[in-house]
Design a protein around this ligand. Structure first.
Ligand SMILES: C[S@@+](CC[C@H](N)C(=O)[O-])C[C@H]1O[C@@H](n2cnc3c(N)ncnc32)[C@H](O)[C@@H]1O
Length: 275
C-alpha cells in the first residue's frame, strides 16, 4: 500500500522519520523497554476479554511484536497479523502463526480483512486523524469481536511539582507534537470515541508503572528523551543541561514522580445490528 498521508505536525513530520527512526541503533530496545513495562497489563486485559484459542488477531503498529508473539504463545490464539510501517523488528523474530505485513495504517486502502481481535498500543497517539482511524479500525473487527486500543495519558497538570522530570516531560510532549504530531490530549476520550464508532459494552482502565530507578519504564523514558532531545530543545522549554539533569534525576533515588500512564479502552462489535 503506497499512500503517504501528511502528518498534522506543524513541521509535517511523521513517526519513524524525524524521531524514533527504526534504523537508528537501539530503537528496537527502546520499544522493548516499553513492552517490558506494559505487556503484562496488556496481556491480562486481553485474556480477561476472552482472547484465546480460535481467535484471528490483528496487531496494528506492532513494533517489535512482543504482544503478537505472546498472543500466540500464552493465549493460544489461532493467528496474528502484525502490521507496521517498518517490519524489520517483526521479521527478525518469526514464529509459527505470526504473519507480518508492512503497511501504513493511515492509507485509505488499508483493509487487511476482518479479525476477532483488533489491537493497537501506543500507535494512534502518534498519528493524524485519530477519530477517522478509530472508525477504520472498528470496521476491521468481525461481528462479536473486540477492538482494544491503548495509548499514553499525560498525568502532569499545572500543579505538578516543578522537578527536572516534569520540565522535560512537558518539553517532550510539546516537542513531539511539533515534530511528528504526537497528541495525547484526546486519549481520555477513548471510551466516547469507541462508542461513537458503533462499538458496545465500552470500558477503559489506566495503568501507571512505578517510576523506580533502573525499572523498564525509567529506561524507556531515558531513551525516549535522548531520541527526542532535538525536538525538546527546539521548544525552548529546556536546554541540554536541563535534559541531562532530568536523566540523572530519573536514574537516582531522588526521583519522586508519576510516569505517564497507559489508558486501554475496548469495545465490542455487535453480532447483529446495534444492541
Ligand atoms: C511506540 S511503537 C509501539 C509498538 C507496539 N505497539 C508496542 O506497544 O510495543 C509505535 C509503532 O507504530 C508504528 N507505526 C507508526 N506509524 C505507523 C503507521 N502509519 N502505520 C503503521 N505502523 C505505524 C511504528 O513503526 C512503531 O513500530
Amino acid at each position: 500500500m503506497t499512500a503517504a498521508p501528511c502528518g498534522d505536525a506543524p513541521g509535517g513530520g511523521r513517526y519513524g522519520e524525524a524521531v524514533f527512526r527504526p534504523e537508528e541503533a537501539g530503537e528496537g530496545e527502546r520499544i522493548d523497554f516499553g513492552a517490558l513495562a506494559y505487556d503484562g497489563i496488556t496481556m491480562a486485559r486481553l485474556r480477561a476479554l476472552g482472547v484465546g484459542p480460535g481467535w484471528r488477531c490483528l496487531d496494528v503498529g506492532a513494533g517489535t511484536g512482543t504482544v503478537s508473539r505472546r498472543l500466540l504463545a500464552e493465549a493460544g490464539v489461532a493467528s496474528v497479523l502484525a502490521v507496521d510501517r517498518d517490519v524489520r523488528f517483526l521479521s527478525a523474530r518469526p514464529v509459527p502463526g505470526l504473519d507480518v505485513l508492512e503497511s501504513d495504517i493511515t492509507a485509505p486502502d488499508f483493509a487487511p480483512g476482518r479479525f476477532r481481535l483488533v489491537h493497537a498500543r501506543f500507535v494512534l497517539m502518534h498519528l493524524p486523524g485519530h477519530d477517522r482511524l478509530i472508525t477504520a479500525l472498528a470496521e476491521l473487527v468481525a461481528p462479536g469481536g473486540v477492538l482494544v486500543l491503548s495509548d499514553a495519558i499525560d498525568l502532569t497538570s499545572d500543579r505538578t511539582p516543578g522537578t527536572p522530570y516534569s520540565a522535560v516531560m512537558r518539553a517532550m510532549w510539546q516537542g513531539l507534537r511539533a515534530t511528528i504530531g504526537t497528541d495525547v490530549s484526546w486519549v481520555p476520550s477513548y471510551p466516547h470515541l469507541l462508542r461513537g464508532a458503533g462499538l458496545v459494552s465500552v470500558a477503559a482502565e489506566v495503568h501507571v508503572p512505578p517510576l523506580l530507578p533502573g525499572s523498564p519504564i525509567s529506561h524507556f523514558w531515558a531513551d525516549t528523551w535522548e531520541r527526542s532531545r532535538v525536538a525538546m530543545l527546539a521548544t525552548g522549554l529546556v536546554d541540554d543541561a536541563a535534559v541531562d539533569a532530568a536523566l540523572r534525576y530519573l536514574g537516582s533515588d531522588e526521583c519522586a514522580a508519576l510516569s505517564a500512564g497507559m489508558l486501554s479502552a475496548w469495545g465490542w462489535k455487535p453480532e447483529e445490528g446495534p444492541r
